[in-house]
Design a protein. Structure first.
Length: 208
């Protein structure tokens, strides 16, 4: 790998470019309603502006688009973002190459959202990055808007940059930035391969 290629790797995305081909089929194989079962009742029922941070192949954004929502799908891994744009073409989805913790391009748009999704992303951020990220995410929420997050617990591929993150720490960060806890639930993984490995998830929801 060249120095130029290494310089383009966004911290937290290590391993995703290399595994993109296998990940695309895995992501596309998990229905939205199965993955989000713990928080389905919290999703907006009227057409809303949604920010999906770490959108992957856009399978979540695509489902939300069918419900009439407009989604800004933020994904820093080129292979996943490009695959998503091809797999799920929709006038309701806009793709953006941006990343946590700073979300520089997203913040520069001066938009706020009814719902922000940060699923299967948070544990890739170091402690300092998580603090920066939470403050930026809170600023992107409309009044009374919702933030939904999922934290992975358990074995991870060696190629990934992963930190042990607790639900308790995440709740404290959210509270510090003016967000109120609306839900906390722990579930098994929706992906069979992860479920067999003993992967668990914490689902959290916060309201501004």
């Amino acid at each position: 790998m060249s120095a130029l290629t290494r310089s383009k790797i966004v911290p937290g995305t290590e391993g995703y470019s290399e595994d993109a081909e296998s990940l695309i089929s895995r992501y596309e194989g998990v229905p939205f309603t199965e993955k989000y079962k713990a928080v389905l009742h919290l999703l907006p029922t009227k057409a809303s502006k949604i920010l999906d941070i770490g959108a992957g192949t856009g399978v979540d954004a695509a489902w939300l688009a069918t419900k009439g929502h407009c989604i800004l799908a933020v994904e820093p891994t080129d292979q996943l973002r490009e695959a998503g744009a091809k797999l799920h073409p929709s006038s309701q989805i806009e793709w953006l190459d941006d990343s946590l913790p700073m979300l520089l391009k997203t913040m520069a748009r001066k938009e706020v959202f009814d719902l922000v999704l940060v699923t299967a992303v948070w544990t890739h951020l170091a402690e300092k990055e998580r603090k920066q990220a939470m403050s930026n995410i809170a600023a992107l929420l409309k009044p009374v808007a919702l933030l939904i997050m999922s934290l992975r617990h358990g074995p991870t591929p060696a190629s990934r940059r992963v930190f042990e993150v607790t639900a308790e720490e995440t709740m404290e960060l959210a509270q510090r930035d003016g967000l109120r806890e609306a839900l906390y639930m722990r579930t098994e993984s929706a992906q069979p391969i992860n479920r067999q490995a003993g992967v668990m998830w914490s689902w959290l929801a916060f309201q501004k």
